[in-house]
Ligand binder design. Structure first.
Ligand SMILES: *Cc1c(COP(=O)(O)O)cnc(C)c1O
Length: 388
């Protein structure tokens, strides 16, 4: 009987919660209608389900249901926000501010806009992974149209100071977009209090299905103008055409409903598990925590291990646990993580880093097993290095 490794890669994706799956199933074959069909029951049923998810999402971030635009995920939402604003506001200005530790789904649209003549300022981060607000203040220009700063980092889990950033932007009439793919359902998000104008969301990092996400687009004070990046039937108030994927949308809503309900208790549990794991691992010498110690996602523990080879470490851990390393592999190349490099790590340190993403279905027993195996793997690798 072969045992599958313990899943500890919740920042990459999460399993669909059984309760989410149960909610989705009738919408594949029974309530299969097109939510845009306004002439019959099939359409009305689907539309009602879509409406309910809009309401769950709106409640989750303190928005209104009309401000939710469904997309295929956070990648598309980021593209729509950044390229959509650039295209709609280029006459006002062509300068955008973002951060070096953003997800590639933010950095790459910015890089693309640069080829069209936009100017991009990429802020650095402090040793703890947080941005320096005075550096942001200095980066604003009269032609700045957009600031994009993520809510929670997908590698090191740090939470950027959204409310402070929002205030700086609002004072200068600059739009503020945040990629909240890792944050939704895990930390408090409030587009009013935090003065957020656009927010990217996705379902599959919070126990919902893959292939569905949303962009929150502010409708008043200020009303955000977006140039659509996908044209067609005029769905989603013209901002994103395409027949709505009702089963996925139902799953997204259910996932958010559950996450909000359980957030307080679950965060406490995850924090305890993370601290337990860190306490056991930090008994070893030469092991460092990446990212701010407390301003971080409850389930995130990102560590750099001195004196071991990164690929040997991962190889040693793999039979017991599914974790990510400090290498970002796109399908073709392996490179050291740009996030860890931005914290000042060497390439070798970045490679010898592990991201533990503790999630809803991890147990105390699993964490103890993971701690024990990680400690023994590091010890034996270090012994081998000494012998050579
Ligand atoms: C996962 C992730 C994305 C991409 O989301 P998809 O829904 O998979 O497209 C974007 N940004 C961050 C921070 C993420 O963690």
């Amino acid at each position: 009987m072969s045992q599958r490794p313990i899943y500890l890669d919740s920042h990459a994706t999460t399993p669909v919660d059984e309760r989410v799956l149960t909610a989705m199933l009738p919408y594949f074959s029974e309530h299969f209608g097109n939510p845009s069909s306004i002439n019959h029951l099939y359409g009305w049923e689907a539309e009602a389900a879509v409406k309910q998810t809009r309401e769950f999402l709106a409640v989750a971030i303190n928005a209104t249901p009309e401000e939710i635009v469904f997309t295929s995920g956070a990648t598309e939402a980021n593209n729509l926000a950044i390229k959509g604003v650039a295209e709609a506001y280029f006459q006002k200005g062509q300068h955008i501010i973002t951060v070096v530790t953003e997800h590639s789904a933010v950095l790459d649209p910015c890089k693309y806009l640069k080829t069209l003549g936009f100017e991009i300022t990429i802020l650095s981060v402090k040793k703890d992974g947080l941005i320096d607000l005075t550096e942001l203040e200095k980066a604003f220009r009269p032609d700045t149209i957009l600031v994009s700063v993520m809510a929670a980092n997908n590698e090191i889990g740090v939470l950027q100071p959204l409310a402070e950033i929002g205030t700086l932007c609002r004072d200068r009439n600059v739009l503020f977009h945040t990629d909240a793919a890792q944050a939704i359902g895990k930390i408090l998000l409030d587009v009013q209090a935090m003065k957020i104008d656009m927010m990217s969301l996705t379902a599959h990092k919070v126990y919902g299905p893959k292939g569905i996400g949303a962009l929150y687009v502010r409708r008043r004070n200020p009303r955000v103008q977006l140039a659509p990046q996908q044209h067609g039937g005029g769905h989603e108030r013209g901002m994103r055409s395409g027949t709505l994927y009702t089963p996925q949308i139902v799953g997204f809503g259910k996932a958010i409903e559950i996450a909000l309900e359980e957030q307080a208790r679950e965060n406490q549990r995850l924090t305890q598990l993370r601290q337990r794991l860190w306490k056991k691992l930090s008994q070893l010498e030469g092991i460092h925590l990446n990212g701010h110690p407390t301003q971080r996602l409850p389930g995130n523990l990102n560590l750099t291990v001195e004196g071991v080879d990164g690929s040997a470490l991962l190889l040693g851990l793999q039979p017991v646990m599914a974790v990510s390393s400090g290498s970002a592999c796109s399908s073709v190349t392996i490179a050291p993580s740009h996030v860890l490099m931005a914290l000042g790590h060497s390439e070798q340190q970045a490679y010898a880093s592990i991201r533990f993403g503790i999630g809803r279905f991890n147990t105390l027993e699993e964490i103890d097993k993971v701690a024990k195996h990680t400690v023994s793997t590091i010890k034996s690798l270090r012994k081998q290095t000494l012998k050579v």
